[in-house]
Design a protein around this ligand. Structure first.
Ligand code: G16
Ligand code: MG
Length: 223
């Protein structure tokens, strides 16, 4: 039986992905003199700040060039730039259909949690006026392994006191869908069906993300 919904933030509730990418592009050009390819955009989605940096450096064989301390400084620099980009976020930046969906979920007595990899998640939720809507917000800063590991989704389920098999997780990134599946939850993807083929159910955009559709898909998975 489904008792809870666990949402990703970036790409599901609001579209901050292009701002993360803009910040990485700036850092790569400023600090390493390289141009990051548009193809990287999809691959960086859902990854933690440090995992994103490691991925960018790896492609350009630069991992060994920087010490751990320097890498921490680089991620801090990226975050300062990113924070400027998100400073004017308002409830108008909530993706279509999400406010109604969150209200419907709450009104139907399901529990609601957030499982974002972002350490800026609380600040963003507050800017969107959605902070109060969640029963639990999993803290990305305390999970050992980022997505695709299951840690953040398991932490969210634990925070709600709901067993993972009674949760539906909602994600836009491949790494996020893998995180949900590794946590043994039902995975709903938002985006390209071919890309998110590991999900149990996929909608192309947030408008199509409705409570009856998700419950129907979950029911269908039982037969
Ligand atoms: C988001 C983004 C990632 C970003 C990560 C960490 O995850 O998709 O691109 O690297 O958070 O963000 P921050 O640097 O703000 O801690 P999610 O899980 O909300 O999709
Ligand atoms: Mg996401």
């Amino acid at each position: 039986m489904i008792k809870a919904f666990i949402f990703d933030l970036d790409g599901v509730i609001t579209d901050t992905a292009h701002l993360h990418f803009k910040a990485w592009k700036w850092l790569a050009s400023e600090k390493f003199g390289i141009v990051i390819d548009e193809n990287m955009h999809e691959q960086l989605k859902g990854l933690s700040r440090m995992d994103s940096l490691e991925k960018i450096l790896a492609i350009h064989h630069l991992n060994q060039k920087y010490t751990v301390k320097e890498k921490v400084e680089l991620t801090t620099t990226k975050n300062l730039y990113y924070r400027k980009l998100i400073s004017d976020i308002t409830p108008r930046d909530i993706l279509p259909g999400i406010v109604e969906l969150l209200e419907e979920i709450k009104g139907s007595s399901y529990k609601l949690a957030l499982a974002s990899a972002s350490k800026n998640a609380i600040a963003i939720l507050k800017s969107l006026d959605l902070f109060q809507s969640f029963d639990f917000i999993a803290d990305a800063a305390i999970v050992k392994k980022g997505k695709p590991a299951p840690d953040i989704y398991l932490l969210a389920a634990k925070g709600l006191s709901v067993a993972p098999e009674n949760c539906i997780g909602i994600e836009d990134a491949v790494s996020g869908i893998q995180s949900i599946k590794h946590a043994h939850m039902f995975a709903v993807g938002v985006g390209d069906k071919r890309l998110l083929h590991e999900a149990d159910y996929v909608v192309s955009k947030t408008e199509a993300l409705t409570l009856p559709n998700m419950m129907q898909a979950w029911n269908n998975s039982l037969v």
